[in-house]
Write a protein that binds this ligand. Structure first.
Ligand SMILES: [Zn+2]
Length: 462
């Protein structure tokens, strides 16, 4: 007893000292974090992936708070929590209070998710919203301001774009993949190659209505009777996109098929293409598609366009997760050493595979796009591991959103994640602060300018 009394006398000051030291460490880390985070706010961001829509592209709606949720990733968490999915006509016809009765409970259940928090971050930055959560009461003022902004969305977009800190966004128009007319003031064209691959095994029967790429070809005076005709038109699309200063191609095919692309010889693909698509077995249609993506990679080398690929988790409320496993692409990285591949989304939940592939292949890059929105904490962990494995001139960031508020939240969230990881490394003596700041510049701007050759292609000074 006596002994323990003596030791507790010594223990008390020791304990006090260690608490003081821990506090000091926290304060240091906080100061370092603040400096890095503030630096991130000074960077003019090159955003390597967006799906920005003009509001009218959603239809003729009167945009309010719920329309913005509905156009965001958060909508799928709200559905996952049990809501019936957002009904755009309902959103136009009911009052905010009535809509809260429909969606409020499910929305509240999503308060813990990253989709929710990053969505709030956008309103904090753009609208000065300072609550942690949306409530029945606090959304009414917000909604009036949204309504006001969306009356003249282009002016609002311009203001919010600059306030968020963007310099340029790469625009992937998956909903209208053949459109090459975009506003160069904000966007760089991302050539969405989905239809080139998927329609190769789905050509229309003779005499039936032309759709998708076949309709486009017809409109442009191209007649497609065989694989060579098809490739000629696809090459025309490449050249057309390049004329409009496309900076990369984009493969989002994990939404509809596996990312494993077998190496199919031209002769085999040519014979299969000649068969009516309606009589192709699924495995035969896949072979033509596989051939097409190999052909596209070869074209991307010829035209010097990096190839962005969706990997991992799929947006929405139901799909085949296994389709997007990053390692399925391994054969392509081995075969096409001169192509530049950019893997998206940290490959979540296979983030380790992305780190390993980025480490192994000099021509495999990592885009952190969307990862912090899917899971903030996984992004912190995964980015830390990726930094262990992959040189920092190989990372990019993209927003991946449909409207400017959510893109803003996405950027804020990514800056938080990257700054947190870097501050922690500086505090632990693993990195100096000047290198941490350089990494910020690289991820949010300079790597994209280098790899996507932006000065040359866009003729702009950065
Ligand atoms: Zn996307």
């Amino acid at each position: 007893m006596k002994k323990s009394k003596i030791s507790s006398v010594f223990m008390l000051p020791l304990l006090a000292m260690s608490i003081l030291l821990i506090n000091q460490c926290d304060i240091n880390e906080d100061v370092i974090y603040r400096r890095i985070r503030d630096h991130a706010d000074q960077v003019k961001v090159i955003n390597t992936h967006e799906h920005q829509h003009w509001p009218e592209e959603f239809g003729d709606y009167h945009f309010r708070f719920y329309h913005l949720i509905s156009a965001s990733y958060l909508a799928s968490d709200v559905s996952s929590a049990g809501a019936n999915g957002y009904d755009w006509n309902l959103m136009d016809s009911l009052s905010l209070d009535e809509l809260w009765d429909v969606y409020g409970k499910a929305l509240d259940y999503t308060r813990s998710t990253s989709y929710y928090s990053q969505f709030v971050r956008g309103f904090q930055k753009q609208y000065g919203f300072d609550d942690l959560y949306f409530t029945k009461e606090n959304i009414s003022g917000l909604s009036i301001r949204i309504e006001d902004n969306y009356r003249n969305y282009k002016a609002w977009f311009d203001e919010a774009f600059h306030k968020a800190g963007f310099e340029l966004m790469f625009l992937d128009q998956y909903w209208k993949p053949f459109n090459t007319e975009i506003d160069d003031k904000y966007f760089a064209l991302d050539f969405q190659i989905g239809p080139l691959v998927s329609e190769s095994g789905n050509k229309p029967d003779k005499g039936s209505e032309l759709k998708s790429i076949y309709k486009e070809a017809d409109n442009e005076g191209y007649e497609i009777n065989n694989l060579d005709d098809y490739l000629e038109y696809c090459d025309h699309l490449f050249r057309k996109n390049i004329e409009r200063k496309a900076v990369c191609v984009k493969n989002s095919q994990a939404y509809s098929r596996t990312l494993y692309y077998e190496d199919v010889p031209y002769e085999e693909a040519r014979i299969l293409y000649d068969k009516p698509s309606s009589r192709l077995a699924p495995s035969e249609a896949k072979k033509i598609e596989d051939f097409m993506f190999h052909w596209i990679i070869q074209k991307s080398i010829e035209y010097k366009l990096p190839v962005q690929i969706h990997t991992g988790y799929l947006a929405g409320n139901g799909n085949v997760l296994d389709n997007g496993q990053p390692i399925k692409l391994n054969n392509l990285f081995l075969k096409y050493r001169d192509a530049e591949f950019v893997l998206f989304h940290g490959g979540f939940p296979w983030t380790g595979e992305i780190a390993a592939l980025g480490k192994m292949f000099p021509n495999v890059y990592i885009d952190l796009v969307w990862l912090p929105q899917i899971s903030r904490e996984e992004a912190v962990h995964a980015f830390d591991v990726m930094l262990d494995c992959v040189p920092y001139n190989k990372f990019f960031w993209g927003g991946d959103c449909g409207l400017i508020e959510e893109s803003t939240g996405s950027l804020e969230y990514a800056k938080d994640v990257v700054s947190e990881v870097l501050a922690n490394r500086v505090e632990r003596g693993l990195l100096t602060e000047d290198v941490a700041l350089e990494i910020i510049n690289r991820i949010f701007r300079e790597n994209a300018i280098e790899v996507f050759q932006l000065e040359k292609r866009l003729g702009r000074e950065f």
